[in-house]
Design a protein. Structure first.
Length: 323
């Protein structure tokens, strides 16, 4: 880079990442917590050499056209990159990077926290006390399913899915998994996990936790038919992508009692509106996509994103490339 490169950052990220980028480039940061409006994004990317994006930024051919031929690299502050038209970037010779590996354990922690909160009805219990309805101890008050000794079904057995299985071992759970690629016998033995087809997993599991990427094959994977296959009184946890689940079918299953409950870190659309029917259901816990939301993890994501961006600006291979 003979001249200082220009970079647009679509949202403030931890300073450990921004400061690294500022050392090598002129950095324009959109200051709001909300994503830049489309017209602002198209204007601010004009003539940039690098773009640091978030999952909520749709990076398609229109954005790439607006940026122009000087755009060398897009660094996505996320593991997922379904917000980016990777094929179009590849065709234009634009490098794309993400942040794998750093949020695995943190997201698995959140998924298991959702599982426990829904099973033990913690949000309902909090509301019960806050609303001054707690009059006495009761044998039938806020009962839920046991976690220990139950069956956990994991859909998608990548890094996060495997960490979910590891956590289940501490609760003596039987773990089934379904995945496009089967794990090695050594991994299955280490994690106490058994490979099954999806229909069998749905029928056998007390808890189903989704950890699959969003693709053409997984969009709407958990639809009305899949939910009907689930065990009566099961719990669904989703920390993957909202569009993997058909939310209308999920709401009906929760209302009817076919499912005991659900815990969602991701929704479709995202963000979810406050009047969404799922939020009226006491057996559905929704949190605002905070799976990676620890200070340490978000700092590490910022460091990885900055490293991808700087490498791309220098014309070097990205540490974590997706294209």
């Amino acid at each position: 880079m003979s001249e200082r490169a220009r970079v647009f950052v679509t949202r403030p990220i931890p300073e450990v990442g921004l400061s690294a980028v500022r050392e090598v480039a002129e950095v324009d940061v959109w200051p709001d917590d909300l994503p830049p409006p489309r017209e602002v994004l198209l204007e601010r990317v004009r003539g940039v050499d690098g773009l640091l994006s978030l999952l909520s930024d749709r990076i398609d051919s229109e954005v790439l056209d607006a940026a122009g031929s000087g755009l060398k690299v897009i660094a996505n502050y996320a593991v997922g990159y379904d917000n980016i038209d990777v094929a179009e970037c590849r065709a234009r010779g634009i490098a794309v990077g993400n942040t794998p590996g750093v949020l695995t354990e943190t997201t698995a922690d959140l998924a298991f926290a959702l599982l426990m909160a829904v099973a033990r009805r913690l949000p309902e219990g909090y509301d019960f006390v806050r609303d001054d309805r707690w009059q006495t101890w009761g044998p039938l008050l806020l009962l839920g399913p046991d976690i220990h000794g139950s069956t956990l079904g994991i859909v998608g057995f990548g890094r996060i899915g495997r960490e979910m299985a590891r956590r289940a071992q501490g609760f003596g759970m039987r773990t089934l998994y379904s995945s496009r690629t089967r794990a090695t016998p050594a991994v299955e033995t280490e994690l106490g996990a058994t490979f099954v087809e999806l229909d069998e997993l749905l029928a056998e599991s007390d808890f189903v936790s989704l950890h699959t990427a969003l693709t053409a094959d997984t969009r709407g994977l958990i639809d009305a038919r899949a939910i009907a296959r689930m065990k009566e009184g099961a719990v669904l946890i989703n920390t993957s992508r909202g569009a993997v689940v058909e939310q209308v079918a999920l709401a009906e299953a929760l209302r009817s009692g076919h499912l005991f409950g659900a815990g969602l870190d991701v929704t479709d659309p995202e963000p979810m509106r406050g009047d969404d029917p799922l939020l009226a259901l006491p057996n559905c816990l929704v949190v605002p996509h905070v799976g990676s939301g620890s200070v340490r993890t978000r700092d590490r994501m910022a460091e990885k994103t900055a490293a991808n961006l700087i490498a791309g600006l220098r014309g070097e291979p990205l540490p974590d490339p997706v294209a």
